[in-house]
Design a protein around this ligand. Structure first.
Ligand code: TXA
Ligand code: MG
Length: 324
């Protein structure tokens, strides 16, 4: 299959993307977080194609992307007030709510779970596509299973070229990390994946705190220990401490650093990372992909700060570096 590259600024190409989706085909679409691999959420056969293209187990649930919160009642039921409050405050935007699924929703979308993940994305291209055609799309990140999430159309093609019908090129993603996922099916609300919207922001809207466990049992593909991985092994370390022997012994080292690179290290590739968490998050997947292409045998990442602002970044770094 040839993967079409579509330019959303051209109305006929945007219309073609919509038509492909309505025909049950797979189109990678830009969102403000990462690129998603979209299929018509009302078409279970189309949704099944996502699992095949990604190589993802079919019991891993997908997020449904809606044009507006008004469509929520078509997809979920027993929606608590807290979910409406969060939807009002953060949609369109990088927040996914887990809710009780409506019986009308195919179990293919939810991996057989009684709940459904829903968000209203803010990217203008996807927003236009969804509103113009009253579409709802199921979309995981547009990468092969366990690999780095793509933050540009070129990165989508890197792992999915020839496996999907088209990619709609909406430029670089503004957040670069996946949405915050909140389980709104029980009290207190629980963050099951850290993301651009923090526990503090959620609590401010709700007027009460939300839980943010470090480990949980809810089935979230991103909850597996090895995820979001570059092909090259990744290590993280504080440059203020003794450096890991693997890093000092590596012949070909790539480094993502925040401060100065220790003199004892002789990287073949290095990148200065931003000092603030949102900018760092925006660059992380791209930097890891670039490091991967540099031909290094090891990627060393200088540990970022440990405070709350960096939770979403740390979550990705830990999974990206996990070797079981
Ligand atoms: O920012 C994002 O959320 C991106 C963009 C494309 O919207 N999407 C994304 O999808 O990251 P994905 O499939 O790569 O990660 C979504 C996570 C998965 O780990 C999945 O298991 C979890 O959300 N999820 C979806 N529906 C769920 C449900 N009903 N219960 C528990 N977890 C769910
Ligand atoms: Mg993903």
């Amino acid at each position: 299959m040839t993967t079409l590259q579509l330019d959303p600024t051209k109305p006929d190409e945007l219309a073609l993307a919509a038509q492909l989706l309505l025909d049950g085909r797979l189109v990678a679409v830009p969102t403000e977080t990462v690129y998603g691999l979209a299929a018509d959420a009302r078409n279970p056969a189309a949704v099944q194609g996502i699992f095949a293209a990604k190589g993802r187990p079919s019991d891993h649930p997908l997020i449904v992307h809606l044009p507006s919160a008004a469509a929520l009642t078509d997809w979920a039921e027993d929606i608590p007030d807290s979910a409406w409050q969060l939807a009002k405050a953060f949609w369109p935007g990088p927040l996914t709510l887990l809710l009780k699924k409506s019986p009308a929703v195919s179990p293919v979308v939810t991996g057989g779970l009684p709940t459904i993940g829903i968000r209203v994305p803010a990217h203008p291209v996807l927003h236009q596509l969804l509103t113009q055609h009253q579409l709802a799309v199921a979309a995981p990140s547009a990468n092969r299973y366990k690999k780095l999430s793509p933050t540009s159309a070129a990165q989508v093609l890197h792992t999915l070229d020839g496996r999907i019908d088209a990619v709609l090129d909406g430029g670089d993603c503004s957040y670069g990390l996946e949405s915050t996922i909140v389980d709104a099916t029980s009290e207190p609300l629980t963050i099951v994946r850290a993301g651009p919207i923090s526990a503090k922001q959620l609590a401010e809207v709700l007027g009460r705190s939300v839980q943010q466990p470090h480990e949980h049992n809810i089935k979230v593909a991103g909850n597996v220990k090895a995820h979001y991985q570059p092909n090259t092994p990744l290590l993280y370390a504080s440059f203020a401490d003794a450096l890991p022997a693997q890093a000092t012994l590596a012949q070909k080292l790539a480094i993502l650093h925040l401060g100065p690179v220790p003199k004892t290290l002789q990287p073949i590739w290095q990148q200065q990372m931003p000092a603030d968490a949102p900018s760092y998050g925006r660059k992380l997947y791209r930097a890891l992909a670039d490091a991967d292409h540099a031909g290094a045998e090891l990627i060393l990442l200088e540990s970022p700060p440990r405070d709350e602002a960096w939770l979403a970044v740390w979550d990705r770094v830990k999974r990206a570096s996990y070797r079981g």
